[in-house]
Design a binder for this molecule. Structure first.
Ligand SMILES: [Zn+2]
Length: 219
């Protein structure tokens, strides 16, 4: 089996994504690139996360062509492969339907920077891509153009996508995004949320990049 270790890690993090309620049922998908071969390990279509094993993860090339795998790759493979082709600073792409962050993509308002964790992992307001039907090369282009060189993008009326240098960081970014949205929604019901200043967000982000950014350089 090609890339058994990386496929096992993709299966493990896909389960973590499910267990921590970033996705429900068969929603969402996850990919990780092997930096040496350039091959991408991606979750299969219609994933039952509780049964997911390393051999269920599909290996595709950078154009999405199946190299090895007995299952069909996720229907969102075009967006994973396009982003990984364009971005050489990251190796992982995670798409979730985490509910609070998705809700901001329904009202089309950016998630305010209210938590230090969000400033560290996200560094700025996350852009929202207008609704388009997903799963097509055109949609992939649209999402990649909205993401640009950032860590996350919200898909309007659908979900979110985050990217990172490794699976652990990508998972943390997905949670930082969801936590910001959730805590903001709760705080708003309690009173008037106080936002972090732009200067503080920049300071926190730079601190994190300088102290921890380089450490997350392997899969
Ligand atoms: Zn989705």
């Amino acid at each position: 089996m090609l890339l058994p270790e990386l496929r096992g890690e993709v299966a493990r993090y896909a389960k973590k994504m499910y267990d921590s309620h970033l996705v429900q049922a068969t929603q969402g998908n996850l990919s990780a690139r092997d930096p040496e071969s350039g091959f991408i390990c991606v979750t299969p279509s219609s994933t039952d996360y509780q049964l997911l094993r390393a051999e269920d993860i599909v290996v595709v090339d950078e154009d999405g062509k199946v190299v090895e795998g007995k299952r069909r790759p996720t229907v969102e493979t075009p967006v994973h492969t396009l982003i990984l082709r364009r971005r050489h600073d990251i190796h992982c792409v995670m798409h979730t339907h985490s509910p609070y962050a998705t809700a901001f993509g329904v009202i089309y308002q950016p998630i305010p920077m209210i938590l230090s964790d969000s400033a560290l992992y996200l560094g700025c307001e996350v852009p929202i891509a207008a609704y388009h039907m997903s799963g097509t090369p055109e949609f992939a282009e649209f999402v990649a153009n909205t993401l640009k060189d950032g860590p996350a993008v919200i898909w309007g009326n659908h979900g979110v996508l985050v990217v990172g240098v490794d699976l652990s960081l990508t998972f943390s970014i997905a949670h930082a995004l969801e936590d910001s949205a959730k805590v903001y929604a709760i705080a708003k019901q309690l009173g008037n949320p106080v936002l972090l200043s732009q200067e503080e967000v920049i300071k926190l982000r730079e601190f994190w990049i300088n102290n921890f950014g380089q450490k997350a350089s392997k899969l």
